[in-house]
Design a protein around this ligand. Structure first.
Ligand code: NAP
Length: 303
């Protein structure tokens, strides 16, 4: 069951990238789109992110077979309520939200009787908005699909095939487990980056020009993450509160252990720890999930 009419709600980094990827990978499909921001709608039409940009979510989904919500996690429920009256009865609703349990609940509550299968393509950059999207965003990246209990297997397979057509690798996961895994691989690192960059900015005795001038000492990589969209990340932390707080507790304990090793001069503990983490970096490169080049190969796609 391939999708021929695909509606994308939210035409920023994720929505725009899906539109461009569909154009490239599924040329037979027709895409419609809507974004709450009129300037984004204008820019989306100029860039050709979707075939038809509409002035309401309802118009955009009216004939859709697949609807993908690409708005901040905190807006998912309200968008679903807005488009519900216009939704074709047999349309499949999915999303790209970075947390899954709260989104699954919000969509199920807003769209009873409709097929809802949430998903999360684990692909992104620190950029946002209608100019940020690019067609290859999902290539060789994982898309985690989190079907609710009793989901129609044919619809799950169709959604998986859609993401595979855009170049992604698909994994099925329970939404609660997704939230725990992503809390440690994505949400906590963002929180740490936001903290470090804020701390450096607050420091008296170190000027801002020194922070910028000597940023190559590790700080620079954190600033890239800490430049990520404030609305999106506010919503991620509020919606995945329990898993993030659990991982933060573990992190704090590990940080305290390293703090102690430094204080008591336990070089062996520090060396062993850094050796273990270096091996993880190597595995990520071997898995094709990052690039060993100094700029992580990011200059290739401008992201
Ligand atoms: P983005 O570039 O900011 O795009 C989101 C777009 O949705 C914005 O244009 C926003 O308009 C619009 N929007 C907000 N509320 C809306 C509403 N009620 N109806 C219609 N449009 C609305 O953000 P993004 O990075 O694409 O993120 C979108 C989703 O993808 C989020 O749920 C995020 O968690 C998830 N995600 C992001 C990444 C990443 O790395 N960025 C990766 C994977 C998944 P305004 O600007 O006017 O608010």
């Amino acid at each position: 069951m391939g999708f021929e009419r695909i509606a994308i709600i939210g035409l920023g980094l994720l929505g725009g990238s899906i539109g461009l990827a569909v154009k490239e990978c599924l040329p037979g499909a027709v895409t419609t789109g809507y974004d709450a921001d009129p300037a984004t709608r204008t820019r989306a039409a100029e860039r050709g992110l979707v075939d038809h940009v509409h002035d309401s979510a309802a118009e955009a989904v009216r004939a859709a077979q697949l609807v993908i919500l690409c708005v901040p996690v905190g807006a998912m429920g309200a968008v679903a309520v807005e488009l519900a009256p216009a939704l074709p009865a047999d349309a499949l609703i999915s999303d790209v939200g970075s947390s899954k349990l709260s989104v699954a609940r919000a969509l199920a509550a807003a769209l009873p009787g409709h097929a809802v299968i949430p998903a999360h393509p684990v692909a992104g950059t620190e950029r946002s908005g209608a100019d940020a999207g690019f067609a290859s965003l999902f290539r060789h990246r994982w898309c985690i699909v989190t079907p609710p209990e009793g989901a129609n297997p044919a619809k799950v397979a169709a959604l998986a095939a859609f993401w595979e057509a855009l170049g992604a690798r698909v994994e099925l996961m329970d939404p609660q487990h997704h939230d725990l895994v992503l809390a440690v691989t994505s949400h906590l690192p963002h929180l740490i980056a936001y903290t470090i960059v804020g701390t450096a900015d607050d420091l008296e005795g170190v000027t801002q020009s020194e922070v910028i001038k000597y940023s190559a000492g590790g700080f620079r990589d954190f600033t890239r993450i800490a430049a990520s969209d404030p609305t999106m990340w506010r919503d991620v932390f509020l919606s995945n509160k329990d898993a993030v707080l659990e991982m933060l507790q573990r992190f704090t304990e590990d940080l305290t252990a390293l703090q102690r090793a430094i204080r008591v001069g336990d070089g062996e503990q520090l060396f062993d720890h850094f050796t273990r983490t270096r091996a993880i970096r190597r595995s990520i490169i071997e898995e094709g999930q990052d690039d060993a080049r100094p700029d992580f190969g990011r200059s290739d796609h401008g992201g």
